[in-house]
Design a protein around this ligand. Structure first.
Ligand SMILES: *Cc1c(COP(=O)(O)O)cnc(C)c1O
Length: 394
């Protein structure tokens, strides 16, 4: 056991089933571990390091900012925060405003607070119910864990906030609405639930119906956002106009940030919500640089090329092992392969690591790929070569 493992075992709460590897450096989709072994990273830190490891532009923007200021507080104007908000809103194409927090769960908490206040001040009765989907994932705080439609996550921590209602699928939502419903919250591609995209027409019909009933549509884009599914937001891909959108994972290249953006610009007033760290100089500088890089990358056509190349490599891989994989799922650079059983999936992930490629699990039986969006063709080829070695013995 090396020193890191000893310290981790002794001093860190065991909330993660850690895989036995310690990375010490990276470059785009490449990683090096403490033994000097090289890997291709098809995980990007669960969709976080969207512009690759050790991105030079992001790092130099951050370093330059840190040489001046890291943090003041939200009591004062923060230039990079204002710039980041403008960049996010302009890129989205929606007429919205942003609030900055530090994580996906916190962004969703903000969304839920906006919806609850909207429901309290709009309508004859107090509206507080929020409908979410089974197999969803919205975070780990007490409220977002309850918003998550997975019974297994509701152990131990109650009593929970009231008012979350779970629908089996998009079609079932309408039948669960009553006069206390203020919002519906969905992921357009369920990430943790198994990389499952929703049907575009069904989502558009739902959005239209909710608008007609004055019920808010919250889209949790913590995983799908920031070009992961082909456009800046999956909401752009699905051609809908949600009332509230949340972002986090890929937004700042690894610097903690969470954003809730909404067209309800007057929903919250001074004192209704806040965050000490949210949108400070460090995180908002990272947001500005990451979004600028990805805007250029998308506009130049490079993102589409990378997505097509990755998709065809994944198709080839999928077609080669009909005994292991039952279905290919996903959207854009958020991809998955359904594995015949959970045991085989665990073996694939460990074998992949031993063969020098990192991949993820989602749901019970989905092999998940969330590579850096800037992954190169060489890195993709190398990763799938290692993955072939990893599964050929299974
Ligand atoms: C990861 C994730 C979250 C939670 O984000 P944290 O930063 O871990 O709090 C919420 N919603 C979705 C869809 C996610 O993928």
């Amino acid at each position: 056991m090396n020193n890191t493992q000893e310290l981790d075992k002794k001093y860190v709460l065991p909330t993660y089933a850690r895989i036995d590897v310690e990375f010490v450096s990276g470059d785009n989709a490449r990683l090096v571990d403490s033994n000097g072994k090289n890997y291709i990273d098809f995980t990007s830190g669960i969709g976080v390091v969207s512009v690759g490891h050790a991105n030079k532009r992001v790092n130099s923007a951050i370093c330059e900012q840190l040489s001046k200021l890291t943090h003041i507080s939200n009591l004062y104007n923060i230039a990079p925060q204002a710039k980041a908000a403008a960049l996010i809103v302009e890129t989205s194409g929606y007429n919205m405003k942003c609030f900055f927090g530090n994580s996906g769960a916190e962004a969703n908490e903000g969304a839920i607070k906006i919806a609850r206040k909207f429901g309290e001040v709009n309508g004859e009765v107090k509206r507080y119910k929020i409908i979410t989907l089974n197999h969803s994932f919205h975070g780990r705080t007490i409220t977002t864990v309850k918003a998550t439609g997975q019974e297994s996550m509701h152990n131990y921590f109650g009593p929970f906030p009231d008012g979350f209602v779970y629908a089996e699928n998009i079609q079932e939502i309408e039948s669960l609405i009553d006069n206390h419903t203020c919002a519906v919250m969905i992921e357009l591609v369920q990430g943790e639930g198994g990389v499952q995209p929703q049907d575009k027409q069904e989502v558009q019909n739902l959005a239209k119906y909710l608008k007609s009933k004055n019920i808010l549509l919250i889209v949790d884009e913590v995983q799908t956002g920031v070009y992961r599914t082909g456009n800046f937001l999956a909401s752009n891909v699905y051609e809908i106009e949600p009332d509230i959108i949340t972002l986090a994972k890929g937004l700042a290249g690894g610097v903690p940030v969470g954003v809730v953006m909404t067209s309800l610009k007057d929903a919250l007033s001074a004192g209704d919500h806040g965050s000490t760290f949210g949108g400070n100089y460090l995180s908002s500088t990272a947001v500005c640089e990451v979004v600028s890089i990805l805007n250029e990358y998308s506009e130049s056509g490079e993102l589409d090329k990378t997505t097509q190349y990755f998709d065809s490599a994944l198709n080839n891989f999928y077609a080669k092992y009909p005994n292991l994989f039952t279905q290919k799922v996903g959207l854009g650079m958020m991809c998955g392969l359904r594995v015949k059983d959970a045991d085989t999936l665990s073996k694939i992930i460990l074998n992949a690591k031993d063969n020098g490629v990192m991949v993820l699990k989602a749901g019970r039986n989905t092999l998940r790929f969330l590579p850096p969006l800037t992954i190169t063709k060489e890195e993709i080829d190398e990763g799938f070569k290692s993955l072939n070695s990893a599964v050929s013995s299974l």
